[in-house]
Design a protein around this ligand. Structure first.
Ligand code: NAD
Length: 436
């Protein structure tokens, strides 16, 4: 079986590496020359646990990486994993997916194989039927369902556990017409993911499932963040105990109940905006989704308010930010709340020093010489008047009285309650814990 993957980002490269490491005959295609050249050498364009190892194993087997679309000819299965970023009005930008499926259509025109094309990129309901299907049929002069299969196959992986999630997804969703291609796709997934539920539905429901999933997760986060703000006003109250306990109720579930500075990353904010935009377009006022987003946007103001309450005017104050990635175990800073906070503090003329174990290169590419970059926690804290922990990196747990001795003012805002179990000799605020 020959497999093609179009788009070698977080989703595509994780999928490619997992399948290639199992010895599958797979070709990964991307439009980015430099990215492809690096991947061919075993260099991953981003950090993701286990990825480099699997990529190397795959490259030693049958994996091919190229910018040349013609290599997908004769594929049995083609995954489309290109980006669908956000437009300024909240809707998704689909030019990349249009271009990718146009190229696939052109190859299909002279292809003797009848491949199954699986769209993993996140697209709003209707995109498959109204945009993707007509483009492929026009370019290939072939019929979906007869000459090739076309299936919506949304992806649910999380960055930082992308490889594990690719190997062991919680569900496989297959949306499309009930043709022989659907049966083949079901067989393919049941072989590579035995015992994992496969949901077969139509295109538009599959597309909607992805948005339902992410908007529910965002709702859980905004919910717990709002409760954490209430807890902060109750001396001694602790949001983690609240979250842990309600999470024991199986109707609620314990995941995505970590209070913090708000949700960020390349998916939740974008998917929320896209769903809100979509709901408005179809005449539904998404009051709950709007509130979730509004709560999220306000969370960062709460942090700034806490800093100003203690430091007064922030002009020329020296502040340290620990963690710039949107979560631990990734170097991805797309839509990271930490990056937003840096921008807001720079507007207030703060002197900023940042440290992140993995995301320094990406952070530098945005802020260049506007902020200072430390190569360790202790380096970042020298002469600092406030430390803000934005991301729960494991190594931040080691911070102790010795580490903060070099601060000019021992003032800590811990957005992740990394140090809440320690009695540090400092003015310590934790998001979600009422100061006694
Ligand atoms: P990404 O931006 O990391 O990667 C997309 C890749 O596609 C890039 O390497 C880009 O060069 C390439 N590309 C763009 N146009 C192309 C074309 N015409 N032909 C070939 N390659 C092309 O994106 P990502 O984070 O992997 O996300 C991909 C899709 O999956 C998006 O729709 C996203 O919403 C969705 N998704 C992402 C995640 C995640 O955690 N990152 C999780 C689930 C779903």
């Amino acid at each position: 079986m020959k497999i093609g993957v179009i788009g070698l980002g977080f989703v595509g490269l994780s999928l490619t590496s997992v399948l290639a490491s199992k010895g599958k005959d797979i070709v990964g295609i991307d439009v980015d020359d430099e990215k492809c050249a690096n991947i061919k050498k075993g260099i991953s364009p981003f950090f993701e646990p286990e990825l480099k190892k699997l990529l190397k194993i795959g490259l030693g087997k049958k994996l091919k990486i190229s910018t040349d679309f013609s290599l997908i000819k004769n594929s049995d299965i083609i995954f489309v994993t290109v980006g669908t970023p956000q437009r300024s009005n909240g809707s998704i930008e689909i030019s990349m997916i249009k271009s990718a499926v146009k190229d696939i259509g052109k190859i299909l025109k002279n292809d003797k194989k009848n491949p199954i094309i699986l769209i993993k990129s996140t697209v709003t309901p209707g995109t498959m039927q109204e945009i993707i299907l007509p483009i492929i049929e026009k370019e290939s002069r072939k019929k979906a369902g007869k000459d090739f299969g076309l299936i919506s196959n949304p992806e649910f992986l999380q960055e930082s556990t992308a490889i594990r999630d690719t190997k062991f997804p919680h569900v496989v969703v297959l949306g499309g017409y009930q043709t022989r291609y659907m049966k083949k796709a079901e067989k393919f997934f049941s072989e590579i993911h035995p015992n994992i539920p496969i949901v077969i539905t139509n295109h538009q429901t599959a597309e909607m499932i992805k948005y339902a999933n992410n908007s529910f997760l965002a709702t859980k986060i905004s919910f717990i963040n709002q409760l954490s703000n209430i807890c902060q006003k109750i001396p001694g109250a602790n949001i983690d105990d609240v979250a842990k306990t309600i999470g024991l109720d199986p109707r609620i579930g314990k995941l995505f109940l970590n209070a913090g500075p708000g949700y960020g990353g390349s998916c939740l904010p974008k998917d929320m905006k896209a769903l809100i935009n979509f709901a408005n377009r179809v005449g539904i006022n998404p009051t709950l989704l709007n509130a979730v987003e509004h709560t999220n946007n306000k969370q960062i103001q709460n942090i700034i308010h806490l800093i100003e309450k203690t430091l007064g005017s922030l002009k020329n104050k020296h502040i340290t930010i620990l963690g710039t990635a949107f979560k631990p175990d990734t170097d991805d800073i797309r839509d990271s709340i930490s990056i937003e906070l840096i921008k807001k503090l720079l507007a207030k003329k703060v002197t900023l020093t940042v440290y992140d174990p993995k995301a320094m290169k990406n952070t530098k590419s945005i802020f260049k010489e506007k902020i200072r970059y430390a190569d360790s926690i202790s380096h970042s804290l020298k002469n600092s008047q406030c430390m803000i922990i934005m991301v729960h990196w494991k190594q931040f747990e080691k911070i102790n009285d010795n580490s903060i001795n070099i601060m000019k003012r021992k003032f800590i805002i811990d957005c992740r309650r990394v140090l809440s179990g320690k009695k540090l000799n400092s003015n310590y605020y934790a998001i979600g814990i009422g100061k006694a």
